[in-house]
Design a protein around this ligand. Structure first.
Ligand SMILES: Nc1ncnc2c1ncn2[C@@H]1O[C@H](COP(=O)(O)OP(=O)(O)OP(=O)(O)O)[C@@H](O)[C@H]1O
Ligand code: SF4
Ligand SMILES: [Mg+2]
Length: 361
């Protein structure tokens, strides 16, 4: 694994639930993130997948300091940044930038594209280009595949895919080292998704970026990620390389998610086993005892209600080198191939277009 650029340990975000109007009394907490650990290597892409409400965006917001953790640490190049304030915090914030899901609401409709992309320089004048700022913004437009002459246009004059390129250009303005992309293509048409994904992949090479890439869509995550973490109800339940997670999953939740990935080949589709999860995701205010997945798990046993499974290489696979030997928070982890290898969930929709790596609008 490359040298770590981010190390997250025991990250927790609990939102207090209060009752009463004048005298607010805490009666519980929304455990949005409840003990997340991972490492992001330099130049690497870590994908994070999981159902709606499992805490992905809350993790993202803590990484870019939009939310303060309730507990745990986020180390950037070895230094715990959760304790920083003032100038030291500002310097770190510059290096970890976010790209948001919704290109329609995340851009101010009353600002020109030039002002939107150049805005980060107002907050961080220390990294603003010394000479012509306008020229730097035009360079950024070119880098993300937009015509530099569009600098005076407004967001409504662009398509969804182009607006997301503007959001990416703004994320790049301060020359960050880490980009946290929260569902960056979920709001876009499938054909445009591929272009934006290919653009992100190209920029990673060009600028030596490290990505935390959050998405619902498992095929997209596999395409772009070196490693993948699967989240359930505020925790990562399985983490490994894309090959380990997609071809050798050992956690029942990952297996269930994968069994729902669309398979293009009709014959493979007919022969594969679908794992249907019963019941709803429990509320993050009332997390089940023991294994938090047990209320929906098809393999649950009495031990699962009593003992919290740790995110570690399961005993059955320890000392046996092979793709199943990766961290999985399950007492009864077993390898199960859910997506047949010949039906690679990547499909071909993310192949770069013939005219280059995602530079077309
Ligand atoms: N400010 C807040 N106050 C209280 N609860 C919150 C707050 N922000 C998020 N939550 C709750 O925390 C949980 C995790 O939310 P989060 O937005 O991180 O999920 P997510 O995985 O990003 O979901 P989605 O896939 O729908 O974007 C949800 O139950 C959500 O309702
Ligand atoms: S620990 Fe038990 S309930 Fe949890 S995933 Fe494993 S088998 Fe299922
Ligand atoms: Mg979210």
């Amino acid at each position: 694994m490359p040298e770590p650029i981010l190390q997250v340990d025991g990250l927790v975000k609990h939102y207090p639930l209060t009752q009463g109007v004048l005298l607010k009394k805490q009666i519980g907490a929304v455990k949005a993130v409840d003990g997340v650990d991972f490492t992001l290597g330099r130049g690497e892409t870590l994908g994070i997948v999981g159902e709606s409400g499992c805490g992905k965006s809350t993790v993202a917001k803590m990484l870019v300091h939009l939310e303060r953790p309730t507990a745990g640490s986020i180390r950037y190049k070895g230094e715990d940044v959760t304790e920083l304030s003032g100038r030291a915090l500002k310097a770190v914030r510059r290096n970890i930038q976010m790209v948001f899901q919704d290109p329609y609401t995340s851009l101010n409709p009353r600002m020109t594209v030039g002002d939107i992309i150049g805005e980060p320089y107002e907050i961080h004048p220390e990294v603003a280009p010394k000479g012509d700022r306008r020229r730097r913004v035009q360079e950024l437009l070119d880098v993300v595949g937009l015509n530099p002459e569009y600098i005076n246009r407004y967001p409504h004059q662009f398509s969804g895919g182009q607006r997301q390129r503007i959001g990416i250009a703004r994320g790049l303005a301060l020359r960050p080292e880490v980009i946290v992309a929260d569902e960056p293509v979920s709001a876009l048409d499938v054909s445009v998704q591929a272009q934006v994904i290919n653009l992100l992949a190209g920029l990673q090479q060009e600028f030596d970026l490290s990505y935390v890439f959050i998405a619902h869509d498992l095929s997209i995550v596999r395409h772009i990620s070196d490693r993948v973490g699967v989240m359930y109800l505020g925790r990562i339940v399985e983490i490994g390389t894309d090959e380990q997670i997609y071809d050798h999953p050992t956690h029942p939740y990952t297996q269930a998610l994968l069994s729902a990935v669309p398979v293009p080949d009709p014959e493979a589709r007919e022969h594969r086993e679908r794992i249907i999860l019963t019941g709803d995701v429990p509320s993050p205010t009332n997390i089940p005892s023991g294994c938090r997945f047990r209320t929906r798990c098809f393999k649950a046993q009495p031990r699962c209600a009593e003992e919290v499974p740790l995110l570690a290489v399961p005993e059955a696979f320890r000392g046996a080198p092979g793709p199943a030997a990766h961290p999985s928070a399950c007492h009864f982890a077993e390898e199960k191939q859910v997506v047949p290898p010949e039906t690679d969930p990547r499909g071909d929709r993310f192949l770069p277009p013939a005219d280059g790596p995602g530079r077309s609008a």
